[in-house]
Design a protein around this ligand. Structure first.
Ligand SMILES: Cc1cc2nc3c(=O)[nH]c(=O)nc-3n(C[C@H](O)[C@H](O)[C@H](O)COP(=O)(O)OP(=O)(O)OC[C@H]3O[C@@H](n4cnc5c(N)ncnc54)[C@H](O)[C@@H]3O)c2cc1C
Length: 483
């Protein structure tokens, strides 16, 4: 059996849905192949935070001062992306993209959440989810709040976002093939990708797509063999989050036709010792009693630094002034190790070299009194001397604390969402977006909540627009106007 379409989208999460809508708006006939029984993917499980800025309508309505240049400077300095054009296109396009998301029926409350939180239980529309105020980034670009969260009480605000997009796809007449897995890409003699082989219920068939194929299959955190190569220690000691189909099949489809890969070691691991925010006034130290990361960063940045410490051990040290139990202690398995009357007892209790923790805290307290963290540049708002015993420590070590992770690396693409080969050239007819591709984020140390939903939706649209344009230009291409 063989089917024909203009644009074939593989995967029906946020990137696939947005690609399909954009291709359909360009007049193309669109088919989505989705391995699960319906659309949603990991996107529907998510917290519904989109990292956007540059002066979106939500930012403007709430009086948040931002512009594309400031956003670009921040992201260029922190996100580890090799192609600045991708970032430029994203930062400049964010305000329009936000309007488009709202026009699809995704709602964002006009309200701010001012505190630090992993994911607030209340539905405020704008929050701080990145590292903008972390040194040195705050000196490179003016910080702004950029976490745009979909309106929903509690967690899982990704669900209403995906429900809205799926409804729009149905209205637009996108053909969806559920329970259908893409197993192979088809190319012509010139190397152009012209379709895919699909499998559904034991039946194999081909779909030809004259405009191209868009890979939107999500990340690979569920593929233990791939994870072994990129961050093996996480496989044993941490928990992947996503659907079972976040297993990198789209990345493998891409490499089977010569695609290049990028940032496979970039894995965002989530472990947030705040809230309450006052815990940020404590210090995070390694097994040698040394500080190594400013405690006021986004928790994924803290985790990425912890993974580089000896034995991947780390402790949150608090004094009686800033002591509190992490609200998410149970979820992240943060255990209170003990409390001690002095720093000497604390370092001995934690098995640290004699004098090490005392030296660290002496230096930190001096800096805190001066309002300037000379070692790591922690923001002055979070600085206070730790000089009120007793001291207590929570265990943030890998293996003791529970880290949850999803991947950031994948297929190398350009700003047009075209997949690039290992020779650096575009693979004609092949596009990729979402967590199977690397667009705006290539470093776990720079990740901020919302960067995958925003880049997946944004570059999904770019891919859909481009593929539909190719379909329209192709000699055999017919225009299928949509109402
Ligand atoms: C609990 C949780 C909270 C999160 N919160 C946020 C957040 O607030 N903001 C944020 O930016 N990110 C968040 N993330 C990460 C984010 O959800 C994902 O990175 C993002 O949804 C990926 O979107 P996607 O479209 O690339 O992939 P997905 O949404 O996973 O969609 C991919 C689809 O492709 C299908 N598929 C896979 N292989 C094939 C194949 N071979 N053939 C056919 N179909 C296939 C899958 O079944 C799936 O439906 C969160 C993740 C989790 C687990």
């Amino acid at each position: 059996m063989e089917h024909e379409t203009d644009v074939l989208v593989i995967g029906y999460g946020i990137a696939g849905a947005c690609a399909a809508l954009a291709a359909r708006a360009g007049g193309a006939r669109v088919t989505i192949a989705e391995r699960a029984g319906g659309g949603g993917g990991t996107s529907a499980m998510s917290s519904g935070i989109f990292y956007m800025g540059g002066g979106t309508a939500l930012q403007r309505d709430l009086g948040v001062d931002d512009d594309p240049e400031q956003m670009f400077r921040f992201m260029a300095a922190s996100c580890g992306v090799s192609d600045p054009t991708i970032l430029r296109v994203f930062c400049e396009g964010c305000p329009e993209h936000f309007d488009w998301l709202e026009a699809q029926g995704i709602r964002f409350q006009r309200s701010l959440y001012p505190d630090k939180h992993l994911c607030p239980p209340t539905p405020e529309g704008l929050l701080s989810t990145g590292n903008e105020k972390v040194w040195p980034f705050r000196e490179i670009a003016r910080p702004a709040m950029r976490g745009h969260r979909v309106d929903r009480e509690g967690d899982n605000a990704g669900l209403p976002a995906m429900e809205a997009l799926i409804e729009r796809c149905t209205e637009a007449g996108v053909d969806v093939l559920p329970d259908t897995r893409a197993t192979e890409l088809l190319s012509d003699e010139g190397g152009r990708i012209v379709g895919a082989r699909l499998r559904s219920g034991g039946e194999e068939f081909e779909v030809r797509a004259r405009g191209g194929v868009i890979l939107a299959t999500g990340g690979y955190q569920m593929n233990a063999a791939m994870m072994e190569k990129s961050a093996s220690f996480l496989v044993e000691a941490a928990e992947p989050i996503g659907t079972p189909y976040s297993d990198g099949s789209g990345i493998e489809l891409g490499t089977s036709v010569g695609a290049a890969l990028e940032a496979l070691d970039a894995v965002h691991a989530t472990a947030s010792f705040y809230p309450p925010p006052k815990l940020i006034r404590g210090i995070v130290v390694n097994a040698l009693g040394q500080r190594f990361v400013a405690e006021d960063g986004y928790h994924g940045r803290t985790a990425a630094h912890i993974f580089e410490q000896p034995g991947r051990k780390a402790y949150l040290l608090l004094d009686s002034e800033c002591f509190g139990y992490p609200e998410l202690a149970e979820f992240f398995n943060y255990s209170l190790i003990d409390a001690w009357e002095s720093l000497a007892e604390a370092e001995s209790g934690l098995g640290m070299p004699a004098g090490s923790l005392e030296d660290t805290v002496r230096q930190y307290n001096e800096d805190a009194r001066d309002g300037c963290d000379r070692l790591l540049g922690k923001y002055a708002d979070w600085l206070a001397p730790l000089d009120n015993p007793p001291y207590a420590a929570f265990d943030l070590s890998v293996g003791a604390a529970k880290y949850h992770y999803h991947t950031l690396g994948g297929l190398k693409v350009d700003a047009e969402a075209r997949v690039l080969g290992t020779d650096g050239k575009v693979i004609p007819g092949l596009y990729a977006a979402g967590s199977c591709a690397v667009s705006i984020i290539a470093s776990a140390k720079g990740y901020g909540s919302g960067m995958t939903l925003s880049s997946g939706s944004f570059f999904g649209r770019v891919a859909g627009r481009n593929a539909s344009g190719v379909a329209a230009r192709s000699p055999s291409g017919k225009q299928h106007a949509i109402s």
